[in-house]
Write a protein that binds this ligand. Sequence first.
Ligand SMILES: Cc1ncc(COP(=O)(O)O)c(C=O)c1O
Length: 198
Amino acid sequence: MTLLPIAHSPVKLEAIFCVQAVETTLGAILTARASAGKPKIRKLEGHFHGMHDCLWYNRAAGLGETRTDGTIAPVPDSEGIPSALADLILVAPFNNLGAFDRIVRSHRDELAAVIMEPIWYNQGCIPSDPESVREVRRISAQNGIILIFDEVLSALRMCRGGGQEYYCVMPDLCTLAKALGVVYPSQPCAVVTRSCQC
Ligand SMILES: Cc1ncc(COP(=O)(O)O)c(C=O)c1O
């Protein structure tokens, strides 16, 4: 994957340009795994990031059982997703810092990234708890876990800086895609390069 530098940015920014939004979240996952050198991804129950088999699990809440490590049993959203892949996805409850803590303690050595819609637009418009977002940022950085904001729906909505500005939290990677699609013919998965370098 080629990261293209973005000119005139106050911080070092690079981007992967894709055609579809679904490719930006896949690109973010592959970048995170390559950068962290770990395989697993934590996603939130009910959050939607496109129809690919890294992340298309538990589209609705309440599908899987809660487990002692803080995760919810992954339930694929389509037939044809191999059961062998279920080991790579950790589904977690939304706005539940206690569960996040347990997941990190149990899986930190294998956990490459956490991905979230900072504002849960796929369920209407449900904001994340601000303290949780800041804690997820802090705990991820401490444990070598890459934080991905999927801002395909939240970019330019709450404010110009999307969820990042709204919560004053800088992710390592963010996906923009359709949010900028009206301006650009291809859709950027912007890569905020703090910890993330392939
Ligand atoms: C937050 C979010 N991320 C990613 C996607 C994937 O977009 P698409 O299926 O258009 O490629 C969607 C689709 O609506 C979305 O809501």
